[in-house]
Design a protein around this ligand. Structure first.
Ligand SMILES: C[S@@+](CC[C@H](N)C(=O)[O-])C[C@H]1O[C@@H](n2cnc3c(N)ncnc32)[C@H](O)[C@@H]1O
Length: 224
């Protein structure tokens, strides 16, 4: 058996350890690269499909409303009934809850086919198939004139344009509830919840029966 050189042994281990650190650093970089790539794949394949024809500035990624947010939206719609549309309905949670609370028809408009499939499956499992519906439609192209109740949870960057659409299309007496981000120029009639779970209620009221311009819709500031 070869005699062991203690000095070489100690320094050899040190060198290997340092090599290991270098390998560890490289490994870390690889892991970070893999994470970034997987993140991008999830984003591109699952969260963003369906947006090919939507201008980049109007694309809003999927983020589900929290259970508290859903609850706050429903509190603000308390006592209401009739047709409801959720614009960008995600996995359908707002539409399904609205349907449970008697809104009819309860409709979700969504572009992402994966989320539509999930929504329909959830409706079927909840026994709400046929009462809660989901359509693959660009929300900017949906005619809202038949909806008395509209819910939205969209990015602040698109809300100004949304105000214009809501103001020109919704009927007198309609209600809009915005989750997480308020409409930029409309005065809310009430709000519910705090922080990221907050929701704002807006009344669509036109004294002359015509469509109002954004920023002209009245409202007080009740907190629920
Ligand atoms: C922030 S998520 C909200 C999801 C759901 N409303 C909720 O509260 O859980 C916004 C959703 O809008 C959808 N969306 C964005 N732009 C859209 C468009 N132009 N037409 C239809 N859906 C759209 C996205 O795919 C995403 O699911």
């Amino acid at each position: 058996m070869e005699p062991v050189d203690a000095h070489e042994e100690v320094h050899g281990v040190g060198r290997r350890a340092r090599g290991g650190e270098r390998l560890g650093g490289w490994g870390l970089m690889q892991a970070a690269g893999c994470c970034a790539l997987s993140g991008y794949a999830v984003w591109a394949l699952l969260l963003m499909p369906g947006f090919r024809r939507v201008p980049l500035r109007l694309q809003v990624p999927y983020l589900p409303a929290s259970p508290q947010q859903v609850n706050n939206v429903m509190r603000l719609l308390g006592g209401r009934s009739g047709p409801l549309a959720d614009l960008g309905s995600g996995d359908g949670r707002i539409v399904l809850e609205a349907c449970r609370r008697g809104f009819s028809p309860a409709m979700g408009y969504e572009l992402n086919p994966w989320l539509l499939a999930v929504s329909r499956l959830r409706a079927w499992r909840a026994g709400l198939r046929g009462r809660a519906s989901f359509q693959r439609r660009d929300l900017w192209k949906v005619d809202l004139s038949n909806y008395d109740n509209v819910t939205v949870f969209l990015a602040p960057s698109v809300l100004h344009q949304l105000e214009h659409k809501l103001a020109t299309e919704l009927p007198d007496g309609a209600r809009v509830v915005a989750g997480r981000f308020p409409l930029p120029t409309w005065a809310p009639a009430a709000q519910a919840g705090d922080g990221e779970h907050r929701a704002w209620l807006y009344h669509v009221q036109r004294s002359d029966g015509t469509h109002a311009e954004p920023g002209q819709l009245p409202g007080s500031h009740d907190k629920m």
